[in-house]
Design a protein around this ligand. Structure first.
Ligand SMILES: Cc1ncc(COP(=O)(O)O)c(C=O)c1O
Length: 349
């Protein structure tokens, strides 16, 4: 494995008190090349300054969207250590996403090692405890110059990172407001379970129209029946029923298997002793039986939904105690203030 070539240009640190969920360029990124015609497919990668990349305009992903990505975070603890959260899960999901787009899987051990190393080489960009987190964005694309539609041979995996603050601006009203859409986020039988770039491209237009009308995001119903809730543009959803049971839609072809979703289910069942049902969740049940509604995601964390609008009728969810209790557990583990019974964190030394 080669090291950074020369000394990386010193990028500017952000103001820790004004972090938002946006890109701050950092010093070092990781890049590995894959070629399906050789064994092993992937090289060991290199750590290079974060900079523009040179790529053919005919690269397959430019035309055909052969690209997948990930998102995971490292956090600084009060005593100054840095903890990376469940990178093995993102490694596995990147592999499943890549397979769906006919791309070769990137080795999990190399993925985890590269994530740790990118954080380590950018340690000065990991915000102080309580000020934000360091977000890693691994991406994988088919970069082969190619005109016809078909599988490619050449790929890149790049991992870069950025310090980030909260996804939703601090000082906003408690919880988010979602418009329920009687349409699917992705096609039935399509790429919804993969973190594929194409799933997001079309959604920007949809969400923007509702954001202009004062919503924070949209909540998609399933594409087959337009009846069961699936997820928002970038988070999974959970309902706390009046009987205390936590319900979340089951993983299927239209739902991204969120790492935060899985962490929430495990924390609810094993730490807080809450019953969690993974089953289809009709929107009518959300309205009639819902006590609390919240979203989960790496960027969103655990976010209360204060109101949804369905068929032009608003429905409020004033409660948020379950979400708060779960966030306490998960954030506590992520930031080292709680014991980590699941061994979810990995220290970056
Ligand atoms: C569509 C969608 N659903 C759910 C999630 C939540 O996944 P995770 O908890 O792994 O961030 C994301 C974010 O990656 C997403 O883009």
């Amino acid at each position: 494995m080669s090291t950074a070539t020369g000394s990386p240009p010193q990028k500017t640190l952000p103001n820790w008190d004004q972090l938002t969920f946006s890109l701050t360029e950092t010093d070092v990124m990781f890049r590995s090349c894959g070629d399906k015609r050789r064994d092993p497919v992937w090289d060991r990668g290199e750590y290079v300054p974060f900079t523009d990349v040179r790529i053919s305009p005919a690269a397959a992903f430019f035309s055909y969207g052969l690209g997948v990505f990930e998102g995971l975070k490292a956090q600084r603890t009060a005593d100054g250590r840095v903890l990376l959260f469940r990178p093995e899960e993102n490694a596995k999901r990147l592999q499943r996403s890549a397979e769906r787009l006919s791309m070769p899987p990137f080795p999990s051990d190399l993925f985890v090692e590269a994530c740790v190393e990118v954080v380590r080489r950018n340690l000065r960009f990991v915000p102080p405890a309580g000020k934000g987190s360091f977000y890693l964005r691994p991406i994988q694309h088919a970069i082969e110059p190619k005109l016809g539609l078909g599988p490619s041979n050449l790929f890149w995996v790049i991992i870069f990172g950025s310090p980030v603050g909260a996804y939703f601006t601090a000082g906003a009203p408690r919880g988010v407001r979602l418009q329920v859409l009687e349409q699917g986020r992705v096609a039935p039988g399509g790429t919804g379970y993969a973190k594929a770039m194409g799933n997001y491209a079309g959604g920007i237009y949809v969400a923007s129209k509702w954001k202009e009308r004062g919503f924070d995001d949209v909540l998609y119903l399933d594409a087959r029946h337009e009846r069961f809730v699936t997820e928002t543009s970038g988070s999974n959803v959970f309902l706390v029923r009046k009987d205390g049971v936590l319900v979340t839609p089951p993983l299927d072809d239209q739902i991204l298997p969120g790492v935060t979703r899985d962490s929430t289910i495990q924390a609810a069942r094993k730490v807080l002793g809450i019953q969690v049902d993974e089953r289809p969740l009709p929107v009518e049940e959300v309205l009639s039986e819902g006590e609390e509604l919240f979203c989960t995601g790496t960027a969103w964390t655990l976010q209360s939904v204060r109101e949804i609008v369905y068929r032009e009728r608003a429905h409020a969810f004033p409660a948020e105690s379950t979400r708060k209790a779960l966030l306490d557990v998960i954030r506590g583990i992520q930031t080292g203030t709680r014991e980590d019974p699941f061994r979810w964190t990995r220290e970056v030394r």
